[in-house]
Design a protein around this ligand. Structure first.
Ligand SMILES: CC(C)(COP(=O)(O)OP(=O)(O)OC[C@H]1O[C@@H](n2cnc3c(N)ncnc32)[C@H](O)[C@@H]1OP(=O)(O)O)[C@@H](O)C(=O)NCCC(=O)NCCS
Length: 493
């Protein structure tokens, strides 16, 4: 290797690694231009000492000309934006190490203070009050009645034995009962637990969204069929069946509908993209993740979140604001950690496992919401199945009917707020509207973050709302539930 190469290496070592491809342009290049202009004739093009005046390590030799002993050059400090330096990988690692250390300390502190609180038997009692009464699983089984009802309505609409108006009426009735029936059971049946009830209501909400989509798509197909010319349609149908493409009304089978009911999507399609085979290793990895992360979440909730929440009740009772804030911040750490684990567990492990089993090809269940620089970007990217449904069956139809984007946006968040409140208030048998308020507050929050915070500041604002907003809602619900159920004398309406 020649001397010149060595000098170049040494220069690079001192300035830290530069992003590749920066060679000609950018702030680094500007610095080099200045350096070239200032350097005298004895100094190399990049402010370097000539190669022959260097020792084998590329440093200037002591016996060389005094001018050649220069060890300084025109250059910026790494933290100056002009330096063009952007490699902070070590600092990111430092953050991770600090995070692990500080959490390990918290973990130890928790163990010393409370001992081991993890209790798998207690988890069972969250789902069942009486071992002979299983209201939540029964509710889920009964949901099949509504699937069959929607299917029968579509079958009759396809052959024309029902008019569109009657069909619409029957679908609306079916969808309204889907929401009212489990709510009535959850409110009236004393043997159902809040957790069992939440899960049953989530299943019914998913069913509502799926059957809404099923009805919409079949209606669009009928409208398309009415417009299409019969002669060309007949020819096309034979071409499609040769390619394995399903056309309306051949999709109206129980097999097709139940595939959609179990598939990890809320938007119906006649021909879903399918993966060629079930990858056993991929499926096994996802199943192991499901097992591991389920245990981890239960353990963290029992060991870390529950005692922190219990300790928050007294400051709430005393209306001790500084202690309430301290409790809130304390709860924010385990709450956020559990939420992140939940995200991976549900959107990656569970959804992919179901998709793999069903050979469902579209695996875009989430996008890079963690890079959100605005609240809008977060909602567009964190829960893709719900976002897709909102766009396809709510937002775009509203905009197409002449409503402004703002109106459509607010409409979607109102509906979302309703469903969030529905799956929480009914199981807890209290109507406090915290979840509703939190969801509807996203509209002004999106405006504020978009208006006042950009780039990294916007990203930090999104993280902050996630980290602080959720434990606030958790504390509100737990506090109100506690007051209502365990301190009847101080309960307020
Ligand atoms: C409300 C919501 C749907 C808005 O989505 P958005 O992406 O910000 O909306 P945009 O205005 O950017 O438009 C989105 C789409 O509508 C289309 N669109 C816009 N104006 C249109 C018009 N006049 N006619 C037809 N389509 C139009 C856009 O082209 C775009 O289509 P594309 O996605 O195919 O590119 C989104 O914020 C959302 O999903 N919110 C609810 C999230 C939620 O509650 N999740 C619950 C998770 S637990």
């Amino acid at each position: 290797m020649g001397d010149r190469g060595g000098a170049g290496d040494s220069w690079r070592k001192r300035t830290g690694s530069r992003p590749s491809g920066q060679g000609g342009g950018g702030p680094g290049a500007a610095v080099e231009d200045v350096r070239d202009a200032v350097a005298g004739p004895d100094v190399g093009a990049r402010g370097e000492v000539p190669a022959q005046a260097r020792d084998k390590d590329g440093d200037a030799r002591v016996d060389s000309d005094p001018l050649e002993l220069r060890c300084h050059r025109l250059q910026d400090s790494l933290f100056s934006s002009n330096s063009g330096f952007s490699n902070y990988r070590g600092i990111l690692n430092w953050c991770v190490v600090m995070l692990i250390l500080s959490n390990a300390r918290l973990f130890l502190e928790n163990l010393i203070k409370y001992g081991i609180l993890v209790d798998p038997i207690q988890v069972v009692s969250l789902f069942l009050k009486d071992p002979y009464s299983w209201p939540a699983p029964c509710l889920v089984i009964v949901a099949n009645v509504f699937v069959v009802a929607a299917f029968q309505v579509e079958k009759h609409l396809a052959v024309g034995t029902l008019t569109e108006q009657v069909g619409l009426l029957l679908h609306v009735a079916n969808l309204v009962i889907i929401l009212c029936f489990p709510a009535a059971v959850a409110l009236l049946d004393k043997s159902i637990t809040p957790v069992g009830s939440v899960l049953a209501l989530i299943v019914y909400t998913i069913l509502f969204l799926k059957l809404f989509s099923y009805r919409d798509v079949n209606l669009w197909c009928r409208q398309h069929r009415a417009k299409a010319k019969t002669a060309s349609a007949g020819k096309k149908a034979s071409e499609d069946s040769a390619q394995g493409i399903v056309r309306y009304p051949d999709n109206l089978t129980y097999r097709d509908l139940y595939y959609f009911i179990f598939a990890p999507t809320l938007c119906y399609e006649l021909n879903f993209p399918r993966s060629p085979r079930i990858r056993k290793r991929f499926l096994l990895r996802r199943l192991l993740e499901i097992l591991f992360f389920t245990q981890l979440q239960v353990g963290l909730i029992q060991q870390w979140m529950v005692p922190t929440i219990q300790n928050s009740m007294k400051p709430f009772r005393d209306m001790d604001y500084s202690r309430i804030i301290e409790r809130l911040l304390k709860l924010a750490v385990p709450n956020h950690l559990i939420w992140l684990i939940f995200f991976y567990w549900f959107f990656h492990s569970c959804m992919n496992a179901v998709a793999e089993l069903m050979q469902f090809g579209d695996r875009e269940f989430y996008r890079d919401w963690w890079n959100s620089e605005s609240v809008t970007y977060f909602w567009q990217n964190w829960n893709i199945p719900v976002h897709k449904w909102c766009l396809r069956h709510f937002y775009k139809p509203l905009v197409r009917r002449g409503n402004s984007k703002w109106m459509a946006n607010t409409g979607v968040f109102l509906a979302s707020a309703f469903f969030h409140e529905y799956v929480l208030s009914i199981p807890l048998r209290m109507f406090r509207l915290w979840a509703f308020t939190a969801m509807i507050a996203q509209v002004p929050l999106a405006w504020i973050v978009g208006r006042f915070f950009q780039g990294n500041y916007g990203n930090a604002a999104v993280w902050l709302t996630l980290i602080i907003g959720q434990p606030m809602a958790v504390l509100m619900y737990v506090h109100d539930y506690y007051v209502l159920n365990y301190e009847p004398s101080t309960a307020y309406a």
